[in-house]
Design a protein around this ligand. Structure first.
Ligand code: PXL
Length: 280
């Protein structure tokens, strides 16, 4: 099983490839990487970061891979620095995804109702185009709102089914993280997703207060690893959401600054045991 993760390298602040590579590889599959940019830190909550766009290097990398006849079972894309890079990812899918392979898009664009710096309405529109050719998309609630032209500020849990229905117009299998729901008077954090037939489903975990950077990357990487091991979507969502929640709880316990990312390392073994159990 060979996976290609397309994402940036943020050298500090665990997210994108520094999260995807260890988590996907640990699931027992090969994870190759296509770095889109190198940054000194990610762009959220840090100032003065460096940003080297690697677009110029990518055609030669792809030409070399073609000469090796590399083909992928799963391609997963994450943070893309420009509209040109969205076009590049479409080409990578055409050239390198095996017949019947899975194309998974994490439409990284924003959080807490706002777009990250560098992104605008035009980028959102182009990202909708990328989602249209994906088999699975994993937006957070903010990104789901931008993809469906929904006002984030006023969203309540009553709107989740309509958002999922609109996302299904883009992609057959959306999975939206960070959806707060109230159950028995307690707020819980849920993933809302649909199966291929369009039936709405959700999986909720304890809500841990705070904004934790890189949580979406941990969830998406775990989901890719679980799907790569042949686990069905229901179970893959469940074990990926549990892992993410445990990593958030660990980060809160450690008291490290949220912008430095999730301390998922100590929770990895339990996640991998769940992967192994479910893959049998
Ligand atoms: O975690 C998502 C992410 C990935 N890569 C870069 C980012 C962000 C979010 O801020 O800035 C460079």
């Amino acid at each position: 099983m060979r996976i290609l993760a397309i994402n940036d390298i943020s050298c500090v602040g665990k997210c994108s490839l520094t999260v995807a590579l260890p988590i996907i590889s640990a699931c027992g599959v090969t994870c190759d990487i296509l770095p889109t940019a190198i940054l000194s830190t990610h762009t959220g909550c840090f100032q003065g970061y460096t940003f080297r766009d690697l677009s110029e290097d990518i055609p030669a990398i792809l030409a070399h891979w073609k000469s090796l006849h590399l083909q992928y079972d799963i391609i997963v894309s994450g943070y893309l620095g420009s509209i040109d890079q969205i076009e590049m990812v479409k080409q990578v899918k055409t050239d390198l995804l095996k017949e019947g392979g899975l194309f998974i898009v994490d439409p990284v664009m924003g959080d807490n109702g706002i777009l990250y710096s560098h992104f605008d309405k035009q980028f959102v529109n182009e990202m909708k185009g990328l989602c249209k050719i994906a088999d699975v998309i994993v937006p957070n609630l903010t990104e789901a709102c931008f993809l469906t032209d929904t006002e984030y500020k006023t969203v309540t849990e009553k709107e989740y089914p309509a958002i999922l229905a609109k996302l299904r117009e883009l992609c057959p299998s959306p999975s939206v993280t960070g959806c707060d729901i109230v159950k028995d008077g307690n707020v819980r954090s849920a993933v809302f997703y649909t199966d291929k037939a369009g039936q709405l489903k959700s999986y909720a975990t304890e809500k841990i207060e705070g904004a934790f950077h890189g949580a979406g990357d941990v969830y998406a990487s775990a989901l890719v690893g679980a799907l790569a091991r042949g686990i069905d979507m229901d179970k893959a969502v469940e074990i990926s959401a549990d892992f993410t929640k445990n990593a958030i709880a660990q980060t809160k316990k450690d008291g490290t600054e949220a912008r430095y990312g999730l301390n998922s390392e100590s929770q990895m073994l339990a996640f991998l045991e769940n992967v192994d159990k479910a893959a049998k």
